[in-house]
Design a protein around this ligand. Structure first.
Ligand code: 4AD
Ligand code: MG
Length: 462
């Protein structure tokens, strides 16, 4: 059995040979004496053109009468067709129907809207758009592993279930085996989690960072890459309740080391995907986002911008009348501000650094001014924030004071503080939202279309 990708890759060697391919019919055309099938097997973006001759193919009528979507096994001869639209075709010797498709198969040759395709999540991977998107997603994941492994980072599998709220935003999905209709209570009227599965309140992780820091204090440079969960009630095109995050953590590193690594990583992923997914990228460039390829090439070969939060606020205040949400020092930047900075001011990705400590998480290292922290968000045109990260607070006394100041329970962060007791060191890390990276690579405008089965507010099919 040959996959279509191999057929296109080795066409000279396979020319004249008899091969067998298995796939799904994208189109079937019956011209009475002969017919054509466009077959796709998912191994690459391209379809294979199969030619059937009614005089030589025994079951021509059966095959020509199949519905689009049918699973077929085609045996035939490879013929190179350099003059034609496609460089090769297969002349069928025999075709077997592995599984017919019902006449109400919802995918037809015309272009369907992404909104419609979201209602058939189980079938949409068979469209050009999703075939390209999920192959790019897979190759981008490979790029991430190559980038970090080549640089000696250790891949750490951090847990999904946790008791710590890394970001402190209270957006955790709880994991419990308690009977919600009959929850055990303590004498002072609190839910008695000691009777729950883990003996304490547990949740799905919002970030693997705190665990990754433990690993970094032993292995030096580490990364996690896995699913994270947020019960954020934001119904936007770039928020999902379940998304994947890439989180490197580096010992003996500071904020600049984080930004340099992150910039190198984004450029590496872009080059890797452009090189390995030329058909997919041509498709996105023609049908989803014209100019995408030029833009990505430019990003991969020029420096990202860097600006402090305080400077960014000054820039934004000059055009405050443009914004629904007015900017002043101390406010969190909204998507409209992030997009203005990257699309109007810098016209390229930009790191915004040194945010006010009040709007950032407890673990970020305090700057000497007492007001800001050594944080940086990477913002990109079209999306806004794609990476959040910081240098971590490595000073035990400062960290403990901040934990108390924020009214958090120091007991819950005992392990985390312990790291500052035994060989603490300067360290930094960041989280790349993987779906947002795939959106950036493909020009796809909605996070629901880069996840196979998106989980968003009110939506958890399958
Ligand atoms: O900025 P965030 O919240 O940072 C952290 O979680 C840190 N603990 C990461 C670290 O330093 N190790 O999230 C990081 C990135 C964001 O920049 C964004 O790209 C993505 O994760 N992200 C989301 N992506 C999709 N849907 C959501 N609801 C997201 N929330 C964050
Ligand atoms: Mg963030």
């Amino acid at each position: 059995r040959t996959v279509i990708a191999a057929l296109f890759a080795d066409q000279e060697a396979l020319s004249g040979q008899t091969i067998t391919v298995c796939g799904w019919a994208r189109t079937i055309r019956d011209m009475k004496t002969f017919g054509f099938i466009e077959l796709n097997d998912g191994s690459c973006f391209k379809n294979l053109q199969v030619v059937m001759d009614a005089n030589t193919l025994d079951n021509y009528k059966e095959i020509a009468g199949q519905n689009v979507g049918a699973a077929l096994i085609v045996t035939g001869t490879v013929v190179l067709t350099p003059q034609a639209k496609q460089p090769l075709e297969v002349k069928a010797v025999s075709i077997a129907v592995e599984g017919p498709s019902a006449p109400d198969y919802p995918l037809q040759k015309k272009r369907h809207s992404v909104e419609f395709l979201r209602t058939i999540q189980h079938l949409r991977p068979r469209t050009n758009l999703f075939s390209a998107a999920f192959r790019v997603r897979s190759v981008a994941a490979h790029a991430i592993h190559c980038f970090f492994q080549d640089r000696g980072f250790v891949y750490a599998h951090t847990p999904i279930i946790t008791a710590a709220d890394c970001e402190g935003a209270g957006e955790m999905f709880q994991v419990t085996t308690l009977d919600l209709a009959n929850v055990p209570m303590t004498e002072d009227g609190q839910v008695d989690y000691s009777q729950d599965f883990f003996g304490k309140k547990a949740s799905l992780t919002v970030s693997g960072q705190l665990n990754a820091e433990n690993f970094a204090m032993a292995f030096g440079n580490v990364y996690t890459f896995g699913p994270t969960f947020r019960a954020e009630n934001s119904n936007t095109a770039r928020h999902a309740a379940e998304f994947w995050m890439v989180e490197p953590e580096m010992a003996f590193a500071d904020l600049n080391d984080y930004m340099n690594t992150a910039e190198d990583m984004i450029k590496y992923i872009i080059r890797f995907v452009m090189e390995r997914c030329p058909d997919e990228m041509n498709f996105f460039n023609s049908f989803v986002d014209k100019g995408l390829k030029d833009r990505l090439e430019h990003v991969a070969s020029s420096d990202f911008g860097r600006v402090s939060y305080t400077e960014a606020v000054e820039l934004l205040k000059k055009v405050n009348d443009k914004f629904d949400y007015k900017v002043e020092w101390g406010c969190d930047l909204q998507t409209e501000h992030e997009r203005y900075l990257t699309e109007q001011v810098f016209k390229k990705p930009v790191f915004v650094t040194d945010y006010p400590k009040e709007i950032k998480a407890f673990y970020m290292r305090q700057n000497d001014d007492g007001k800001t922290v050594a944080a940086a968000d990477c913002l990109v045109p079209g999306i806004g924030e794609i990476i959040g990260g910081s240098q971590r607070e490595e000073r035990l006394d400062v960290l403990e004071a901040r934990i108390r100041e924020l009214g958090m329970n120091p007991e819950d962060y005992k392990y985390y503080c312990d790291l500052r007791r035994y060989g603490s060191c300067r360290h930094a890390g960041y989280g790349l939202g993987f779906e947002r990276m795939v959106m950036y690579l493909t020009g796809i405008g909605n996070i629901r279309d880069v996840e196979l089965h998106p989980r968003t507010v009110g939506n958890a099919e399958f």
